[in-house]
Design a protein around this ligand. Structure first.
Ligand SMILES: NC(=O)c1ccc[n+]([C@@H]2O[C@H](COP(=O)([O-])OP(=O)(O)OC[C@H]3O[C@@H](n4cnc5c(N)ncnc54)[C@H](O)[C@@H]3O)[C@@H](O)[C@H]2O)c1
Ligand SMILES: N[C@H](C(=O)O)[C@H](O)COP(=O)(O)O
Length: 305
């Protein structure tokens, strides 16, 4: 069974689930969330598997409530523990609101980092993918001013190695060709526009090439994300969140999938947020959740074959 966390209750998660339930696309799934809340919003709830996690307070769609922040984390915990114990074969997460969890006094930056903590994994890698490209990130949810200091040889080496390994294990690509972005404009222009390429990125990539990884770069990001270049790579490694995710979402927002690499469990997610502005209005598109479920099923098949 695949665990689906319903996500931030005030957001669009529950109506995305209802759309898939309506088309009987959840037969191999267990919804993780409050049973009464799900029943109120999913007409087919009687026919679904639900793992009950209680809300703290009733929900008004579109309106965040700090009292339910703990509930959101409890759903993620339940799915993760079920995956670790073998009860679930994968987890798919609906969007959560990072701000409200922090407002509740819990330091939180995203599912990706929380899943690393819950599973005791030292390093994980966020990757999003669609029909056009796969983009993994060296750094994830942190202020832009802290990015440069985070990109150490150790981090870059570990992230690239995890990406290379999971391209083999989860995507069946024997020798993935990875295009690596520079950090600075023009990949630093030989040190005239920043030194991170010369001091960290180039030596680290050279060392990894010696270990047999097929890497190109650092390539200026504005060149690497041109249509012809993108086609040359099995995956692109971006140095920070918006460097990689802005072009990815431009190419396929609403049909892309987020996958956490390097975890001991299979976890995929949607490419969008809680969309509070349209919650409960029947406007939400379930394309990304559908794609996330499809990828989770493919990863399960590959892991058992
Ligand atoms: N997987 C996740 O948990 C995840 C992913 C991205 C953002 N977030 C969080 O979501 C919150 C809100 O973020 P945001 O406002 O920047 O982004 P958002 O994706 O929630 O909304 C951006 C715009 O896209 C629209 N939109 C989003 N999903 C849609 C869908 N499925 N169908 C139709 N329209 C859709 C929204 O209505 C809005 O206009 C933040 O707290 C952010 O951290 C969570
Ligand atoms: N960085 C993701 C995005 O922009 O789509 C998103 O915030 C989700 O991250 P987690 O899966 O870590 O919650």
């Amino acid at each position: 069974m695949i665990a689906i966390t319903v996500g931030e209750p005030a957001g669009i998660g529950v109506e995305l689930v209802a759309q898939l339930a309506d088309r009987q696309e959840l037969d191999d799934c267990v919804l993780i969330g409050d049973e009464s809340f799900i029943s109120a919003h999913v007409p087919q709830a009687q026919q679904l598997n639900i793992h009950h996690v209680p809300l703290a307070r009733p929900v008004t769609l579109g309106r965040l409530d700090v009292a339910n922040a703990g509930y959101v984390l409890n759903t993620i915990k339940a799915a993760t523990m079920g995956c670790l114990s073998g009860q679930f074969s994968a987890m798919v997460t609906c969007p959560i609101h990072k701000g409200i969890i922090n407002d509740a006094g819990i330091t939180f930056s995203g599912h990706t980092e929380y899943l690393a903590e819950l599973t005791g994994t030292r390093q994980v890698v966020m990757m999003l993918l669609n029909q056009v490209m796969r983009v993994a990130l060296v750094t994830t949810h942190l202020p832009l001013k802290d990015v440069s200091a985070q990109i150490t040889p150790e981090l870059l080496s570990t992230v690239t190695t995890i990406l290379n390994q999971d391209m083999q294990d989860k995507f069946g690509i024997a020798q993935p060709h990875i295009g690596v972005c520079g950090l600075n404009p023009h990949a630093g222009e030989d040190g005239h526009l920043g030194n991170e390429e010369l001091e960290v990125i180039i030596p680290t990539l050279d060392a990894l090439r010696e270990q047999g990884l097929h890497l190109s770069g650092p390539i200026p990001a504005d060149t690497l994300f041109t249509p012809n270049k993108v086609k040359q790579f099995d995956a692109i490694l971006a140095m920070y969140h918006d460097q990689g995710l802005a072009p990815l979402k431009y190419a396929g927002f609403g049909e892309s999938v987020n996958i956490t690499l390097g975890l001991p469990v299979i976890r995929t997610s949607v490419d969008h947020g809680t969309a509070l502005d349209i919650a409960g209005q029947g406007k939400a598109d379930a394309g990304s959740l559908r794609a996330a479920l499809k990828l989770a099923r493919e990863c399960i098949s590959r892991s058992v074959s």
